[in-house]
Design a protein around this ligand. Sequence first.
Ligand SMILES: [Zn+2]
Length: 600
Amino acid sequence: MSIPRPIVDEIRSRTDLVQVIGQTVTLKRQGRSWVGVCPFHNDRKPSFHVVPDKGIFHCFPCGASGDVFAFLMRAKGLSFVEAVKELAGPAGIPIEERELSPQERQRIAVKQDLYGVVEEACAFYHNLLMTSPEGEPGRAYLAQRGISTETALAYKLGYAPPGWDTLAGNLQRKRIPAALAIQAGVLKRSERTGGAYDVFRNRLVFPVLDDRSRPVAFGGRLLPGKDDGPKYLNSPESPVYDKSRTLYGLSWGRTAIQRTGRVILVEGYFDAVSLWQAGFHEAVATCGTALTPEHAEQIRRMARTAIALFDGDEAGLRAATRSMGLFLDAGVEARRLELGDCKDPDEFVQKHGAAAFEALLAKSEPLVELVIRRAIEGEGASAQGRARALANVAPVLRRLPDVVRGQMVTRAAGLMGLHEEQVLVALREAPVPAPNASSSRDATPARAETATRWVPTRELTHLLWLLVHHTAATAPELAGADPDDISDRRDVLAAIVRLGEGARVADVAADADPDIARALMAVAAREDLYTPEQAPAAMGAIVARMALPRVEQRVHALTRAIETADPNADPQAWARLTREVAEVHARRRELLARSARRQR
Ligand SMILES: [Zn+2]
């Protein structure tokens, strides 16, 4: 659904920004703004500014910025619509939902029921594990795996006993229809008797939570010594559980991921839980599927770097190549973690401890290294072999962001025994792969980092600052300016016009391209550029400085024209030319005089 703009603006203006952000960040008053420690990057200094009268927050070191909705989206992982809805109630503004069709209402009702069933099963398994005498085998296994009670509590781990109808009986007592529990994936219909039986038996169960921290599925690990199905058993997909969009551990790790800017991508439930216990809250796992574009996109919204484990065998290398493509599409830097003598991070961290794991993370290599090595290996050193290797590697290199490409070209050339120039030629000729459609939906700071990022010039920054902070006093100074002198971007000019008309900076930023929005947030959060008395003259000076380059060009062009012209050949043209020269010099002097007034 989409919510009309005026309603969004109204909710924003009625919301107490400091109060909302204050629930997550401890804020202290400082002049007109409030400051605190940024929740989105690793910091101890109070660099995070909240400016209530501008309706925005901004962090100077990491660039996180936006309005109250942007804050909730980042801090709580909400979608825009969810963030707006979250604040609509407190703001006293009802959001009128479109009239739903009977089918839609039915679907929503079923989903609500399914959440209820999984929630019930989750509580049932969890209580068995934590408190019941029957839970002893589960507790013994947890102890054997080195998982503490605190961790089991935090992750709501559970125990599924051996019986075929323990959960089924419990759900029946709660009057939950078996058909619903079957749809939720916790029960199965017996073909023999027609009755419903428990899917998870003799297992330690890991509830999988969705992005709003509701349990939607389970992963179950068979207890050792039991012969009851596969070692790992996962819930099937359901109307509330989509594996391609679910990362196990995210509900516990979101804050840590945003603070550290990295995701540690592991394979199993135990890996994620064990790393969490060791203090690595940014560990997540896919739930029994390969990485999908949707996963990469989720990661991209929170982190700049993904550190993943890939086996050195053929299957692992294939997975690495595939994942690298997804991360490249999403604009996430992918790195590869090598565990040495351990088979998984769980074993590593239990055996060697957290400090050793941190050291290992620091030694992770760019995933592209592995992919390039793989593309080259096995092609042989003959001329044809090298040509094939080059053909394999060129498309990979071509997709890399500029900042790493140069380095990787050198590396690849070294590995293939070729000159860099040869690699560069192949790279230019390589086909450009189509980017993954699902990753190009929108551009946020993390993504923009890898593309060329627009930043305003110093003049434009000051112009925006004056317009945001002293609109009435400075907007008139813009009236005579030539838009071409101010910016070659139409959307920047449009934002300036709206600010000049008195629009709130948060509203303008909400519509603007992320780069422009970031620039606006940065200027809105700065307090100290000019005093109110200085503002009008400062704006005049800036406009003059921005106009100067083109006038200087004109002076040059005319000077050259005069040098080559013959006054006697065409006296009229000569007169026109000298008049023009005089005019443009006068204009230049005027601009210089104005631009020299009150500079900082
Ligand atoms: Zn920050």
